[in-house]
Design a binder for this molecule. Structure first.
Ligand code: HEM
Length: 307
């Protein structure tokens, strides 16, 4: 490996670590702003929609601002270095450009609006952050010695990656529409299917509050909450099937890990869906989703690809 590529790899690895911190801090800021885990549940949930400022320690805001600015500089440095090294590591440049594009998108989103009434903002924040993590990890994989997953499974693993991404996006919509309290209890909401609406999946509709300033969840929230729960069934079944496939093909540890994290994700999801979930539990649910995506990207990577 050339000196330039070694420097780029170190920069990518450090930026990935920084990005993990940015994703977790952003998730904390987003979720604490909704009122998750607040004291007089469920009245306090969604109060931000009526213009109430979120309560959180000031150091979190400062840490997030510093980490996000550092991330912007790091993305620029990676794109510049990847451009210079495009002859020896030609695959890195488009990935680095996409990373820089996503960083600019998230910075613009933050400047453009903090309006919690528009679900697209929280959704963009969640998906943009996960996308950046995946791009950095993909660039890192290009430099790491790896054995290839069985070729017969790689296509199926990529489908798994897309399914988990779709499920994460639906989770983001559930959260961004303040739908956590809409179907408390294991059985879900009774009669939700009669009111289910396709309009619920539009992230560009504004959420409203009553004249008294309270948020009243309705059909949109029930539809999203139940859709997220129901899609989890085939997605998790698929992950277990993939895990068994990997296990049988001598990728035992990877198969076991995939099944274990999928099971953990279901347990965390059930915890989040029943009653007033503590904030840390939803943060873990978020982290497990990111972990599943990274694991599937690793298993689907073909090491013979030139970096
Ligand atoms: C592979 C399976 C799953 C994945 C990848 C996944 C992913 C996610 C993600 C990324 C979020 C958004 C969190 C945030 O905004 O930061 C979320 C939210 C949520 N998930 Fe899941 N989830 C899965 C399974 C489940 C299951 C099985 C349940 C319940 C039975 C569940 C219940 C919830 C609830 C209630 C929320 C909203 C929490 C909030 O308001 O922030 N999830 N999910």
């Amino acid at each position: 490996m050339t000196d330039g590529n070694r420097t780029l790899h170190v920069l990518i690895a450090l930026t990935f670590t920084l990005m993990v911190a940015v994703v977790m801090l952003s998730a904390y800021m987003r979720l604490s702003a909704t009122g998750l885990g607040c004291d007089n549940w469920p009245d306090c949930y969604g109060r931000i929609l009526a213009g109430h400022a979120p309560h959180r320690p000031e150091w979190i805001n400062i840490a997030h601002r510093i980490a996000a600015s550092a991330m912007g500089l790091a993305a620029l440095a990676i794109a510049t270095l990847a451009w210079r090294l495009r002859r020896t590591a030609h695959r890195n440049f488009p990935l680095a450009l996409a990373l820089f594009g996503l960083t600019a998108f998230l910075a613009a989103l933050g400047k453009w609006t903090h309006d919690a009434r528009l679900p697209a903002v929280a959704l963009g924040n969640l998906l943009g952050g996960l996308g950046m993590l995946l791009l950095l990890w993909r660039m890192h994989l290009g430099y790491s010695p790896q054995t290839a997953a069985p070729s017969g499974l790689r296509g199926w693993i990529r489908i798994g990656l897309m399914l988990v991404a779709a499920q994460a996006a639906l989770g983001g919509m559930t959260s961004a529409n303040f739908a956590v309290s809409s179907c408390a209890g294991l059985n879900g909401c009774e009669g939700w299917l009669q009111h289910a609406t396709l309009a619920a999946f539009n992230p560009f509709h504004y959420l409203g509050v009553t004249q008294e300033g309270s948020f009243v969840p309705g059909a949109t929230q029930q539809t999203l909450h139940m859709a997220h729960r129901l899609l989890a069934l085939p997605v998790v079944a698929y992950l277990v099937w993939l895990g068994i496939g990997l296990f049988r093909e001598k990728w035992r540890r990877s198969g076991q890990l995939l099944i274990a994290v999928a099971a953990l994700q279901v347990a965390l999801g059930i915890g989040a869906a029943t009653g007033n979930p503590p904030l840390f539990l939803v943060l873990l649910h978020n982290a497990a989703a990111a972990f599943l995506l990274l694991a599937l990207l690793t298993f689907s990577y073909r090491p013979r690809d030139p970096t």
